[in-house]
Ligand binder design. Structure first.
Ligand code: TLP
Length: 366
């Protein structure tokens, strides 16, 4: 059919392709995950009768080298159950100052567990055992007791920084010497393991509880696991119910989680290589401050230099960059007035990295 002069020819509406680098949470389930969801065997998981959930919990415990695991709807819930079990009202939780648990979980450690954060500022995201020791309250009855140390691996706000097993063990040892428990927010522990050439179990060693997510780089639509000793996980099951996380025929959501754990772990180095290439390209731009060697997993946090790309029309440098990129079909996340985060994942290919770099070049030179 020929279009009349001056009209749009018929055909599909032209929707600009979106390159979504806001997070690795944006991925849609793979075809294998969709099939697994449709075919999942299910039962009522509050009665412990969902066979698919059980399989996932057993596999998760084995992958982390622990006795037991609990399927929870979100990473936040997994972290908060761990805090609830190991801190008590009026006690302190030691955590690196940019930790997810205190910056992005809605004040839940205070709201749900009555605990206080004791944030430790670091220069590059890695806690030192001596810093942790100094932050632990002396055991005097009139001092606020320290109950829990929370670690994060990879460290989201520090450009996905991985932490090696030696440091994790040293930090856990110092905490345990003072009777302080250790929880690891391992939302992206498989990214850390891939970057460090080790296993998730090795990185979890020394920690009392570990939470990891299926819904980040592993591309499942939903779900996280909390792992630990059998007694603690039995208690965690009770707290999950109290927090409203007891789910019923949830094998339909555990099934893509099984695919995530068995099929999506080995490809993570691809995301890391693309993130590094993205970081190298961005670091070449005069308006960007970024050391690409700090990008070792799938997260790039960069700073816009305000002297090169200033605030305009009430928009901060970061907001201006985000808006400009969005006009060009590239979505990124804002961390502060000058910081922006870009995350690679299985829906981002090499051509997407090239296109995102071209868009950033165009926006930042405007
Ligand atoms: N992180 C999200 C945002 O909340 C920032 C993201 O897009 O990265 N621990 C870490 C280290 C996380 O990065 C996240 C999610 C969580 C816990 C919480 O997981 P969910 O979103 O499943 O509650």
């Amino acid at each position: 059919m020929t279009a009349a002069p001056g009209t749009t020819p018929p055909g599909p509406a032209i929707i600009p392709a979106v390159i979504d680098l806001r997070s690795d949470t944006v991925t849609r389930p793979t075809p294998a995950m969709r099939r697994a969801m449709a075919e999942a065997e299910v039962g009522d998981d509050v009665y412990g009768e969902d066979p698919t959930v059980r399989r996932l919990e057993e596999l998760a415990a084995a992958r982390l080298g622990r006795a037991a695991a609990l399927f929870v709807p979100t990473g936040s819930m997994g972290n908060q159950i761990a805090v609830h079990l190991q801190a008590h009202p009026g006690s302190e939780v030691i955590i690196e100052a940019r930790g997810h648990i205190i910056n992005y979980e809605m004040g839940a450690i205070a709201a749900l567990s009555g605990a206080l954060p004791r944030p430790i500022v670091t220069e590059r995201g890695l806690l030192e055992p001596a810093q942790v020791e100094a932050a632990i309250s002396p055991k005097i009855y009139y001092r606020t007791p320290t109950r829990l140390l929370c670690l994060e691996n990879t460290h989201n706000l520090w450009s996905g920084l991985p932490m090696d097993a030696t440091r994790t063990r040293a930090l856990a040892e110092v905490a345990h010497q003072h009777g302080v428990r250790v929880h690891l927010d391992g939302a992206r522990i498989f990214n850390a393991a891939a970057a460090l050439g080790t296993s998730a179990a090795e990185l979890a060693r020394g920690c009392d509880t570990v939470m990891f997510c299926l819904s980040k780089g592993l591309a499942a639509p939903v779900g996280s696991l909390l792992v630990g000793d059998a007694d603690l996980i039995a208690e965690a099951r009770r707290v999950r119910k109290m927090f409203g996380g007891g789910m019923r025929q949830v094998g339909v959501l555990a099934a893509p989680g099984l695919v995530a754990l068995t099929e999506m772990v080995d490809r993570l180095p691809e995301d890391h290589a693309r993130a590094r290439r993205l970081a190298e390209g961005l670091a070449d731009l005069p308006a960007v401050e970024l050391d690409p060697t700090t990008v070792r997993t799938n997260i790039v946090v960069m700073r816009v230099r305000p002297e090169r790309f200033p605030e305009r029309d009430g928009l901060t440098p970061a907001a201006r960059l985000m808006a400009g990129l969005k006009e060009r079909g590239v979505l990124v996340g804002g961390f502060s007035a000058t910081e922006v985060r870009l995350v690679t994942h299985y829906e981002i290919g090499d051509a997407d990295v090239d296109a995102a770099l071209a868009a950033a070049r165009a926006v930042l030179s405007s």
